[in-house]
Design a protein around this ligand. Sequence first.
Ligand SMILES: Nc1ncnc2c1ncn2[C@@H]1O[C@H](COP(=O)(O)OP(=O)(O)O)[C@@H](O)[C@H]1O
Ligand SMILES: [Mg+2]
Length: 380
Amino acid sequence: MSGTSCDGVDAVVVCIRGGGLAMRTRLLAHTHNAYPARLRRRLLAAMCPSATTTGEIVALHAEVGRFFAHAGREAVNRRNGGRPPDLIGSHGQTIGHLPHLPAGVATLQIGEPAHIAAALGCPVVADFRQADVAVGGQGAPLVPWTDFVLFRHRRNSRALQNIGGIGNVTYLAAGGDAAEVIAFDTGPGNMVIDDLMRRVTNNRLSFDRDGRFAARGHVLEPVLARWLRHPFFARRPPKSAGREDFGRSFVERELPRLRAASSRAEDWVATATAFTTRSIADAYRRFLPRRHGRLAVDEIILCGGGAANITLRAVLANELPEIPIRSIDEYGIPVQAKESLSFAMLAAACVDGVPANLPQVTGAERPAILGKLCQPPTQG
Ligand SMILES: Nc1ncnc2c1ncn2[C@@H]1O[C@H](COP(=O)(O)OP(=O)(O)O)[C@@H](O)[C@H]1O
Ligand SMILES: [Mg+2]
């Protein structure tokens, strides 16, 4: 899996038993392979539709496929003693997610799975989003089904908040069933923070490690208030966001405003951090159920790289003081392994013939079996 942060490929080795909602998982290994700087720069550039070419996308599709194969092999060597696994799930790298085109939703994940199947000698399930799009969905988010399988609870209502490039929440009401799951993108995750960090450090730093930068800044409230008026936030779920909403062009447009409000880069990053946390808290207040006048959330479980941002966590706790915030690693899953674990589970659901989109979440007309199966060149 590589998400919208475009930081690199997370891979897990996982033992899966049972199927459908009774699926059980045991995490055996997690690896992270950062993209080489040049490949990352090319990917980020290709995500700006006006700044790329067909040739570049074709080249990247193959190159990312080979890089995913390399990442997969490292993970397998780490734990499976190099033996091929039974099955691989590969999300690939999203380079465009366009849910509002006049002709309908369009989304594209690159990273040719045939390279992974050939390198590891086992079947690969990839391209998970298209089947949901084909039945009218946005193709995102897809992890809510796996969140339900892993984290549903009889007595506690849980919000699983992923903070990747984009933020997304899965809400699991206590004792609820899969049809009651609420999930949507909350808005920016690390995307604006990362972009600002790259700019202010001249590409020396690509993220605000532990939130140290933001901790030394002050939130520029008028700028933040303006950002929160972005039309994405008022839109009702189902909704999904991407680099098109909060990527480079957003930051480029807003930089003059930041500069006018303060000369301190720390203040800019603090404002971007508050943008993430305020938009999460606002989304909960707008779209999650209430009980006795309060948000019906007993616990927030954070995952994604942003969960490691200490300042971000503290600011979020301030925004939602009544709700305990835990990290998913307290449940035995490293924060950056969760999305890859989900796609391993989705691959298993695919070969089991189990539909794993949640139509109320993606906007699809009906359930769909997600993913396309790519066989290795020879059956080993
Ligand atoms: N120690 C840390 N402190 C602050 N931010 C971090 C830390 N570790 C990771 N991150 C953030 O998490 C991002 C990667 O998160 P990830 O969950 O992989 O997102 P995505 O799914 O979009 O790739 C990095 O780009 C960075 O912004
Ligand atoms: Mg990532």
